[in-house]
Design a binder for this molecule. Structure first.
Ligand SMILES: Nc1ncnc2c1ncn2[C@@H]1O[C@H](COP(=O)(O)OP(=O)(O)OP(=O)(O)O)[C@@H](O)[C@H]1O
Length: 358
C-alpha cells in the first residue's frame, strides 16, 4: 500500500501542491518554515482525520481560506483507490473512491500512517491518554472487531455516567453489566496486542539504548488487579454516584513506562525519550506489517535530529529494510543516508511550494 500521487490545497503555507510520489522513499529538503512539516501533516490528515500538531482545524487551514483539502491515489492490493479529506473550521468530510460521507475509521483503514516528529515527546511526558491512543491504533488495525467493542464500551460508559448523575438508578445494573461485558473485551484485545508489541519494542530499545537500558513498559487495564471489574463497580458505587462518573475501566488504562521504578518522564533525557518513542513507533510499524502483511506509511520529520551517531545508524538500518512508503524531511541533504541519494525521490520545499529535484 502506498500513495501514488498527492494533492494539497489551502493547508498552512501550502496553497496548491501536486506531487507524483515514489512508492518507497520520498525526501523533502527545505529551510525552516518552508512547509516540510505541513506536508507531513497533510498526509497524516489523510490517515487519521486530524493533525499531529493541533486539534484546532482553523490553524491548519490557510489564513484567508475557509477549507483545506488533501487528496491522494492509494495503490493497494486491489488497485488504485482515490481518497480525500476536506476540513473546514468545524466539519470534516471524507471521500473514498466515489463514496462520500465515509467514516474516519474507514479512511484510517485505507491509509494507515505513523509519524515520528519532535512533538512526540508528549507520548512520554503527558498523561496516559496519548499512550492509550498509541496502543489503540495498533489494536484497531489488527483486530477488526475491536472498533465495535470500543463503541459498545463507550456507549455503555456514557449511559452509566448519565445514570450516576440522576436519582433514578433502576437501569444502573443493566448498564453496569453491559459496561463490564464490553470493558472485558476491550481489555482482552488491548492486552493481547500489547503482548505482541512488547518484544518488538524491547528489541528496538536494546538496539538504540544497549542491553542495560533498564526501561520497563507495562500495560495496566484501568482497574485494580486484585478483584474483578464487577466487584470494583459494586464497591465503588457510592463514590461513583458522588463524583458522577465511573472511576475504573478501560478509559483509565495506562501504558506505564518506567526506569528503576521512576516514571520515564522524570528520569530520561530528551534524547533518550526520543529513542524510546522511536522504538515504540518502529515496533508498532513492524507489528502492523507482521499482522497485516503490508507496512504503514512512515512520516519522519527532521530525520536524525537529536540522535547520536549510533542511534542514527540504527534508525537508518531500520529504514533501509522497511518495505513500506517513507516520507522524511530534513533541513539539509547531508542528513539523509548516502545510499538514499540514488534510490529516493528528492523534493525541494521553498515558501510553500514543492518541486521534485532533477
Ligand atoms: N494557517 C496558516 N496559514 C498560512 N501559513 C501558515 C499557517 N500556519 C502556519 N503557517 C506557516 O507555514 C509555514 C510552514 O511551516 P512548517 O512547520 O511546515 O515548516 P517546516 O519546513 O517544517 O519548518 P522547520 O524546519 O522549521 O520545522 C510557517 O512559515 C508558518 O508561518
Amino acid at each position: 500500500m502506498y500513495l501514488d500521487s498527492l494533492s494539497i490545497q489551502g493547508l498552512r503555507c501550502l496553497e496548491r501542491v501536486e506531487l507524483s510520489l515514489d512508492s518507497k522513499r520520498n525526501v523533502f529538503i527545505g529551510d525552516n518554515g518552508a512547509g516540510k512539516t505541513s506536508l507531513l501533516e497533510a498526509i497524516y490528515l489523510l490517515g487519521r482525520g486530524h493533525s499531529f500538531r493541533t486539534a484546532n482545524s482553523r490553524r491548519l487551514i490557510q489564513d484567508e481560506r475557509d477549507q483545506c483539502v488533501v487528496r491522494a491515489q492509494v495503490q493497494n492490493a486491489h488497485g488504485r483507490l482515490p481518497v480525500g479529506i476536506l476540513k473546514t473550521a468545524d466539519a470534516t468530510r471524507v471521500k473514498l473512491g466515489q463514496d462520500t460521507g465515509i467514516k474516519l475509521s474507514e479512511l484510517a483503514r485505507a491509509c494507515p500512517v505513523l509519524v515520528l516528529e519532535p512533538g512526540q515527546h508528549r507520548l512520554v511526558e503527558d498523561g496516559p491518554v496519548l499512550r492509550r491512543r498509541f496502543l489503540d491504533w495498533s489494536v484497531f488495525h489488527v483486530e477488526h472487531a475491536y472498533h465495535e467493542e470500543w463503541r459498545r464500551f463507550s456507549r455503555a460508559l456514557k449511559q452509566r455516567n448519565a445514570l450516576l448523575r440522576t436519582a433514578q438508578h433502576a437501569m444502573l445494573p443493566t448498564w453496569t453489566r453491559e459496561l463490564v461485558s464490553a470493558a472485558l473485551k476491550v481489555d482482552q484485545f488491548r492486552r493481547q496486542v500489547f503482548q505482541e508489541l512488547l518484544p518488538l519494542i524491547n528489541h528496538l530499545l536494546t538496539c538504540f539504548l544497549g542491553e542495560e537500558h533498564g526501561l520497563r513498559i507495562q500495560y495496566r487495564s484501568g482497574w485494580l488487579a486484585d478483584s474483578s471489574l464487577e466487584e470494583q463497580y459494586a464497591k465503588q458505587l457510592s463514590q461513583d454516584v458522588e463524583r458522577g462518573f465511573t472511576q475504573s475501566g478501560p478509559h483509565r488504562a495506562e501504558i506505564r513506562v518506567s526506569v528503576e521504578r521512576h516514571a520515564a518522564r522524570d528520569s530520561l533525557s530528551r534524547g533518550q525519550q526520543k529513542l524510546l518513542i522511536t522504538a515504540m513507533l518502529l515496533g508498532q510499524a513492524q507489528h502492523f506489517a507482521q499482522r497485516n502483511g503490508i507496512s504503514p506509511i512512515l512520516l519522519i520529520d527532521d530525520l536524525g535530529s537529536e540522535l547520536g551517531q549510533g542511534a542514527r545508524a540504527t534508525l537508518y538500518e531500520f529504514l533501509k529494510s522497511y518495505s513500506g512508503q517513507i516520507f522524511v524531511t530534513a533541513l539539509d541533504a547531508d542528513q539523509i543516508p548516502d545510499e538514499w541519494n540514488k534510490v529516493a525521490k528528492m523534493f525541494h520545499v521553498k515558501h510553500g511550494s514543492i518541486e521534485a529535484m532533477v
